[in-house]
Write a protein that binds this ligand. Structure first.
Ligand code: SF4
Length: 247
C-alpha cells in the first residue's frame, strides 16, 4: 500500500521528543473534521500566509523588486543573496513517488529563481523566533529540504538557499504609541525576520521517508517513549468514554 507523506510533517521523526507510537496512532487514526473532538485551527496563520504572498506578488508586479522590509531582512541573514535579481516563480503542489511505497507531496510558500537558474525557497511562519521555535528547526529544516528535493526531482532545479521567514507580532511594542493609534492604523505590527536553513544532501530526505515507512508499515503500534505517562492517561480516558458509549 502506498504511504502518502507531506513535506510539512516528515521532520517530526527528527524531533527530540519524537514517539513512534504516537506517530503511528496519529497517522493511522487521523481525526477528521466530522469528529466531535476536532477543533478547527484558527485561520489567522493561513490568512497571514496568503496576504504576504499577495503583497510580494503585487510589489514585484509594480516595482519589480521585493518589499524593502523583506529584502533587508534576507540580507541581514544571507548577505550574498542577489535580492535585486530574484525572479519569482509560481509555486505548485508537487507530488513525487520516491518508490512504489512512498508518495511525497508539498507546496512551498514562496520561491524565486537566481540568475544562475538555482532556487531560493522560503516558508512563512507567523510566530516570534523564541527558543521554543528553535526546537522546531528540525521539523522546518526537513520541510524546506523536502521542497528542495521535490524541486530537483520534478523540475530538475537545484536549490541554493532555504530560509524561514518569521513575521513576529510586536506584542512588546511601547504601549503609549499603540494607545495613540487610530482605527485607520494597524493596532499591532509585525516584524520580518529571516532565518537561513541548511541544505541537506537529497539522500537524507529519502532516508527519513524510508524510516517513516518502516514505522507506518507496522500492523501494530510500535512501543512508546519510555516513561511517558500520557499513554496511560489516554487508555483511562478511552475506557471511561467507552463505558458511556455502551450505555
Ligand atoms: S508513549 Fe507518550 S508520546 Fe508515545 S504514544 Fe504514548 S502518549 Fe504518545
Amino acid at each position: 500500500m502506498e504511504i502518502r507523506l507531506s513535506a510539512r510533517n516528515i521532520g517530526e521523526i527528527l524531533q527530540e521528543d519524537f514517539c513512534p507510537r504516537c506517530f503511528w496512532f496519529t497517522h493511522k487514526f487521523a481525526i477528521d473534521s466530522s469528529n466531535p473532538f476536532h477543533f478547527p485551527m484558527p485561520s489567522i496563520v493561513s490568512l497571514m500566509d496568503s496576504f504576504l504572498k499577495r503583497i510580494m506578488e503585487a510589489h514585484h508586479a509594480e516595482r519589480n523588486s521585493l518589499p524593502p522590509w523583506f529584502s533587508e531582512s534576507i540580507l541581514m541573514e544571507i548577505p550574498e543573496i542577489p535580492v535585486r535579481s530574484l525572479r519569482p516563480i509560481k509555486v505548485k503542489r508537487w507530488r513525487f513517488s520516491i518508490d512504489e511505497n512512498v508518495l511525497l507531496s508539498g507546496t512551498p510558500d514562496v520561491m524565486w529563481e537566481l540568475p544562475d537558474g538555482k532556487l531560493f525557497i522560503a516558508d512563512f511562519k507567523t510566530a516570534v523566533f523564541t527558543p521554543k521555535q528553535e526546537n522546531m528547526l528540525p521539523l522546518y529544516t526537513a520541510q524546506l529540504n523536502a521542497y528542495a528535493y521535490l524541486a530537483y526531482k520534478l523540475e530538475g532545479k537545484e536549490t541554493e538557499y532555504l530560509a524561514l521567514v518569521y513575521f513576529e507580532p510586536q506584542h512588546k511594542a511601547e504601549y503609549d504609541k499603540v494607545l495613540k493609534r487610530t482605527a485607520a492604523e494597524p493596532a499591532l505590527g509585525f516584524k520580518c525576520r529571516t532565518v537561513a536553513v541548511e541544505i541537506w544532501d537529497k539522500g537524507k530526505i529519502e532516508d527519513i521517508c524510508q524510516r517513516i515507512v518502516g514505522i507506518l508499515s507496522s500492523p501494530t503500534p510500535p512501543p512508546g517513549r519510555e516513561g511517558c505517562e500520557k499513554c496511560k492517561a489516554m487508555k483511562n480516558w478511552l475506557e471511561e468514554i467507552t463505558s458511556y458509549l455502551n450505555m
